[in-house]
Design a protein around this ligand. Structure first.
Ligand SMILES: Cc1cc2nc3c(=O)[nH]c(=O)nc-3n(C[C@H](O)[C@H](O)[C@H](O)COP(=O)(O)OP(=O)(O)OC[C@H]3O[C@@H](n4cnc5c(N)ncnc54)[C@H](O)[C@@H]3O)c2cc1C
Length: 384
């Protein structure tokens, strides 16, 4: 059975029968849905075989993210986001560090988390205020991080910090969940992606071995890590748009207009044709980005090649495009349900709120537009 078929089975056997999450639900490693996901052999499905993983490609992962999101976007987000930290560790951690921490992710389905964002640094990572300082064989970390998903139950996290003695030097450092001086603070109550646990955290003289720092400039390392998770975030819009299409068709089969079902109405038909076209463009861009990613990943010296590229243009474009088009789809569809579509009870509201995060998390559109301009428009125009 292919991994996509395995995911489809998990969705049919488990997710369709599960209760939808509310504001108190957290998909942590003890949650029954997560345990079933682990038992199905799907947890952290992208990890390489040398770490006990199943080594599924980004191409496959796009469809996995889409299928999980069709049923439960919060579950999908919690499930794929560890690709961000685990891929940074796989590429840029020492062999010993990777061997110590990665096999557990595939074996027991434990989580890992990333701490990049800060209250003041925002998207300008060069303004990062969390610091590290070398002290003998240790690195001592101090600072506050604003958002990190899966953090409270993560086996380890990767933290972006600035060298306290050299403001141009940044590192990504692995901190075990039980490290002294590391404290997880409040869980944010999000308006969407229910079930996802996102937290703030503080580091107070938190000492870890110097070997826990990943190789390479921390900001560049984080940029590389974000390529995979941005593509899978974009892919969530495929699943949510498919769900919106199916909900609209169910509604149109029962709603009558002028003595006939809404599904026979030309205006409704045109709207659904438009939705399908837009959905296809999301899928095409995600597939394109995943192909670019897999080409680098499966080739020789992937870590080096990714580091050379940094931000993958097609991954950023996929996330921006999915966020914008997905939002348009959700908004148009909500109107189609009339007043019902504005009630909290209607599923379209849950989907709209979840869709919104794609244009915000891992770089909002304003920030990514600026990034594309700086790296691909201005530089290209200088080349003539
Ligand atoms: C559900 C959720 C989960 C998250 N999980 C994680 C996680 O696991 N790890 C993690 O590190 N972070 C995480 N985040 C944080 C998330 O990635 C950031 O919130 C997001 O990147 C936006 O950054 P910011 O909040 O710092 O906003 P800012 O960067 O301050 O941006 C706010 C606004 O300021 C404007 N702006 C900022 N910079 C520019 C610019 N250069 N050009 C033009 N306009 C600009 C834009 O309008 C932008 O939308 C999560 C957030 C959410 C909501």
């Amino acid at each position: 059975m292919t991994v996509v078929a395995e995911t489809a089975r998990f969705c049919a056997d488990v997710l369709t029968c599960a209760e939808l999450p509310d504001g108190d639900t957290v998909y942590d490693d003890a949650h029954p849905l997560w345990q079933k996901f682990v038992a199905a052999g799907l947890a952290n499905w992208w990890l390489p075989e040398r770490y006990g993983g199943r080594a599924f490609s980004l191409g496959d992962s796009v469809e996995i993210s889409a299928r999980l999101s069709y049923h439960d976007p919060g579950f999908a987000f919690s499930a794929f986001l560890p690709i961000l930290a685990s891929r940074m560790l796989e590429f840029f951690g020492s062999a010993e560090l990777a061997q110590r921490y990665l096999p557990e992710l595939s074996g027991t389905g434990s989580f890992c988390a990333t701490l990049g964002s800060e209250a003041r640094a925002g998207s300008e990572l060069t303004n990062t205020e969390t610091t590290f300082r070398r002290h003998g064989d240790s690195l001592v970390i101090n600072g506050h991080k604003q958002f990190s998903t899966n953090l409270a139950f993560a086996r380890f996290c990767l933290v972006l910090a600035r060298n306290a003695d050299d403001e141009r030097d940044f590192a990504v450092i692995l901190v075990p969940g039980e490290a002294e001086g590391f404290r997880v603070e409040q869980r944010w109550r999000m308006s969407g992606l229910l079930g996802t646990g996102t937290y703030a955290a503080t580091f107070t003289d938190c000492a870890v071995p110097a070997g826990n720092a990943l190789n390479g400039n921390g900001i560049r390392v984080l940029e590389v890590g974000l390529n995979g998770s941005r593509i899978l975030m974009a892919a969530m819009a495929i699943g949510m748009s498919r769900r919106i299409r199916d909900l609209s068709m169910e509604y149109a089969a029962t709603k009558r207009l002028g003595g006939a079902p809404l599904s026979r109405n030309a205006v409704f038909g045109a709207r659904m044709g438009q939705l399908e076209m837009e959905l296809e463009t999301i899928k095409s861009q995600c597939d394109r980005a995943a192909r670019d990613y897999d080409e680098l990943y499966l080739g020789a010296r992937p870590a080096e090649k990714f580091l050379g590229q940094g931000v993958l243009k097609s991954a950023v474009v996929a996330k921006m495009h999915s966020g914008q088009v997905g939002w348009k789809i959700a908004s148009a569809a909500s109107e189609g349900f009339g007043g019902l579509g504005y009630t909290e009870q209607h599923e379209i509201q849950r989907l709209m709120r979840a869709m919104r995060h794609i244009s915000i998390v891992e770089g909002s559109d304003d920030v990514l537009r600026d990034l594309i301009y700086g790296r691909y428009v201005r530089r290209a125009s200088r080349r003539g």
